[in-house]
Design a protein around this ligand. Structure first.
Ligand code: ZN
Length: 284
């Protein structure tokens, strides 16, 4: 895939070969890993230093459904060194319309196991741990400790809030992604920082007890979850790359609203709520 660009007056012109950034030569990456990630490494916004950072990162994915599937594909493709996949659900026929890692023969099997098997085939170097468990307030600390970022693509508010609250407690950044019908929402949160909002600052306390509309109720277009999941992976990569390369601008609290029907995307800034029961006490 290549972007169209205006041809110069002199007709077709070949680009000179680009030398990898100097940092590549200083990295501990093996020649086959350098080959695998060559298209990242030549990007000035990632570079050799960024690729080394990705290889050393641990991302926890909560929910291996419509968002988790493409997010895993692009995070594994990016060379994230360690991935934990949390989902207690099993694959059903109605998932196949949008959860593209799963085959009809996988029906009835745990999503986390099947997704981990895909990742092991895709890149055996990555450490991938499936967790077939429902994450909640009781076990979130143990499951999320040590993550560099948590990508939450779960399908209910109770889980989302339990995950978000644990991230603030543990000081772990959160990439939150959600969608319904043709609308997607993706943002990076760092509520553990004094001036940054958490997910609860955004949605409030009203959703703790009751789940709202789900994909089963509202419907969702398969390609739309691909778009939102891949975008969530990109936002998580921004978090991982912070301090390593220029793509590492997490844009905390900037909620991207994706309208798949228009199509369009616009951003809102989520401010820290001083009264937030999760992170409000951290305000200055
Ligand atoms: Zn908050």
């Amino acid at each position: 895939m290549a972007l169209a660009r205006r041809r110069s007056a002199g007709g077709k012109k070949r680009c000179p070969p680009r030398k990898p950034a100097f940092s590549v030569y200083c990295s501990p990456m093996t020649p086959d890993r350098l080959d695998r990630f060559a298209r990242h490494i030549v990007l000035p916004e990632v570079g050799g230093a960024g690729q080394v950072r990705l290889a050393g990162a641990h991302v926890v994915l909560v929910g291996m459904g419509g968002i988790g599937n493409p997010a895993l594909q692009y995070l594994a493709g990016a060379g994230i060194g360690a991935l934990t996949l949390i989902d207690d659900d099993v694959i059903e026929a109605s998932n196949l319309q949008r959860q593209t890692l799963f085959m009809p023969a996988d029906m009835g099997r745990a999503k986390a196991h099947v997704a981990a098997e895909w990742a092991a085939r895709f890149d055996p170097v990555l450490k991938v741990v499936p967790q077939v468990v429902r994450i909640g307030a009781d076990n979130a600390n143990g499951l999320l400790t040590g993550a560099d970022v948590v990508l939450d693509g779960s399908d209910n508010f109770a889980t989302r809030l339990a995950v978000a609250d644990a991230c603030v407690r543990l000081g772990v950044p959160l990439t939150s992604a959600a969608l319904g019908r043709f609308q997607g929402q993706v943002a990076n949160f760092a509520g553990h920082l004094p001036d940054e909002a958490c997910y609860r600052c955004f949605v409030g306390d009203a959703f703790d007890a009751t789940d709202c509309d789900t994909c089963a109720d509202l419907g969702v277009l398969g390609a739309m979850v691909g778009m939102v999941g891949a975008f969530a992976a990109m936002q998580a990569l921004r978090v991982v790359l912070a301090g390593a390369s220029t793509l590492g601008d997490p844009q905390w609290g900037r909620l991207q609203l994706i309208d798949g029907l228009a199509p369009s995307m616009r951003a809102l800034r989520i401010a820290k709520d001083p009264a937030c029961r999760t992170c409000g006490g951290l305000s200055q």
